[in-house]
Ligand binder design. Sequence first.
Ligand code: PAF
Length: 281
Amino acid sequence: MEIIKTVDLMQQASDTIRMSGESIALVPTMGFLHEGHLMLMRAAKDHCDQLVVSLFVNPTQFGPNEDFEAYPRDTQGDLKKAEDVGADVMFMPSAKEMYPPGAQTSVVVKDLPQHLCGLSRPGHFDGVTTVVAKLFHIVKPHAAVFGQKDYQQLAVISRMVMDLDMDIQIIGVPTVREADGLAMSSRNSYLKPEERISALSLKKSLDLAQRLFREGEKKAQVVKDFVKSYILEHPYTEIDYITLCDPVTLEDVNTLSDGTLMAMAVRVGKTRLIDNGRLVK
Ligand code: PAF
């Protein structure tokens, strides 16, 4: 696996791959790789000839009181995991390389970030779309792969690609879970053992909502109230949001239907966790 740290060298490497007639898939990551990331890489390899993984903890998507400094890092472990899965290139730029002094441009999707996580993380998605647009211009992929666990991120990036006519196929990969149902996340490493037990309430509450819907409940408010009190029965939990919304616009719905998205962010101790699922008849 080749390790590339500068924008120029990455662009040259991508040009060479493209000129040889091979296709490129990109898996953007912030490192501290887990099985969820490795599934994205495997999916990427199924779609393209060459797999580029990027590792960059992007400062512009963290708010002033968020965990940028504390974000878990394990560069050596990440390099080994990516290589073992068969990545061809690891692009790992410095913050200076990605954001040289004087930069003035950002990419902003207007409406989709005004829901779900965007409400409590103002500016977060502007940071995400800007860095992902930059990665797209640097790596020049034919396809890019993202996890459905970050449903809103996938929706925002898909919208950006559509709106800006980026010639890149966006592939969403289903959430990978631990055996007990906890959605895999680099931030799970923050959880103390007793908090981890409470964290299982997220997935269990998605299952609960699904059951209520199958049993005929159509009122979003009823399901939301039920799920809220279920989660709050678990110690250390504090709800940021629980929403039942349209899976495309992310607008709240009053009446549930097949495919309605239920998404949530819950603090367990100091760790903010997200999860989501689509209601199915
Ligand atoms: O999902 C992530 O890890 C990040 O938001 C991403 C897409 C790598 C952009 O920094």
